[in-house]
Ligand binder design. Structure first.
Ligand SMILES: NC(=O)c1ccc[n+]([C@@H]2O[C@H](COP(=O)([O-])OP(=O)(O)OC[C@H]3O[C@@H](n4cnc5c(N)ncnc54)[C@H](O)[C@@H]3O)[C@@H](O)[C@H]2O)c1
Length: 251
């Protein structure tokens, strides 16, 4: 049995594309996949992505791309295939949280949120899936959020975008089965730049009290779940939204 587990989590020679890979959850996923033997391509609009990827080792690359530009997505994924010759895994982690009361949300805030959290995730998945299907298969993990399954004050655009990511995940899992497993992960507040900014001060203290586990999550804990969903140990799981929230959404 231990041979099964060793093989299931051995990503040696596999290639992973990680959006939002320059920071937070994306970077934690990259670090863990590299530890398990994968080569990673980090896609991020932060110019530091090139150096951050190089810091993971010479086998890895970072490409600067604004995922709101759909033509840039297609070109970038073609470049990845040219350089790596395969795409086995995709982690869609790039995301933004632009928060406001529903009555105050601007068109720009709504469009930006949906463009990055939903539209970019779809078109990156589409571009990667074309290559995955041609090579015989792959696995995709989309970062949704607890905001996909519960309402949160000032999160109307964010909640809408993340609920849509869960809906999108189910359809992609259905259409691309049995070749590509597609799952979503829905974390509670994670201590990254995005999480700390959205939940600073008293707001964060109150939120922590509402989480039965009594704390926020760490990016490495989300990476562990992503590794599991990408691994062969999870090959019977597809179209699922796995909530990792210390019990927040059970109340
Ligand atoms: N941190 C949390 O509390 C939390 C909770 C639930 C879900 N999530 C989700 O997890 C994902 C990762 O969040 P995080 O906390 O690591 O955020 P983060 O802000 O730490 O990192 C997000 C990364 O995405 C990149 N990015 C943003 N817009 C981009 C664009 N247009 N093109 C290319 N790159 C872009 C940023 O440059 C950044 O490096 C997001 O989808 C977020 O919604 C986060």
């Amino acid at each position: 049995m231990s041979e099964f587990w060793n093989r299931a989590f051995d990503l040696d020679g596999r290639c992973a594309v990680i959006t939002g890979g320059a920071a937070g959850i994306g970077l934690a996923c990259a670090g863990l996949l590299v530890e398990r033997g994968a080569r990673v391509v980090l896609l991020d609009r932060d110019p530091a992505v090139v150096e951050i990827a190089a810091g993971l080792g010479t086998a890895h690359i970072g490409l600067r791309v604004d995922l709101r530009q759909i033509d840039q997505i297609t070109r970038t994924i073609d470049t990845v295939v040219d350089r790596f010759k395969c795409i086995d895994y995709l982690v869609n982690s790039a995301g933004v949280a632009v928060l406001d009361k529903a009555l105050d949300v601007t068109e720009n805030a709504w469009d930006t949120t949906l463009a990055i959290n939903l539209k970019a995730s779809f078109f990156v998945a589409q571009a990667c899936a074309r290559h995955m299907l041609a090579q015989g298969g792959g696995r995709i993990v989309n970062l949704a959020s607890q905001a996909a399954v519960i309402g949160l004050d000032r999160h109307v655009a964010y909640c809408a975008s993340k609920a849509a990511v869960v809906g999108m995940t189910k359809v992609l899992a259905m259409e691309w089965a049995p070749h590509i497993n597609v799952n979503a992960i829905s974390p509670t507040i994670v201590e990254t730049a995005l999480g700390k900014k959205a939940w600073a001060g008293d707001l964060g203290k109150r939120a922590r009290l509402q989480i039965p586990a009594g704390r926020f999550a760490q990016p490495e804990e989300i990476a562990g779940l992503a590794l599991y969903l990408l691994s062969d140990a999870a090959s019977m799981i597809t179209g699922e939204n796995v909530v990792i929230d210390g019990g927040y959404s059970i109340q």
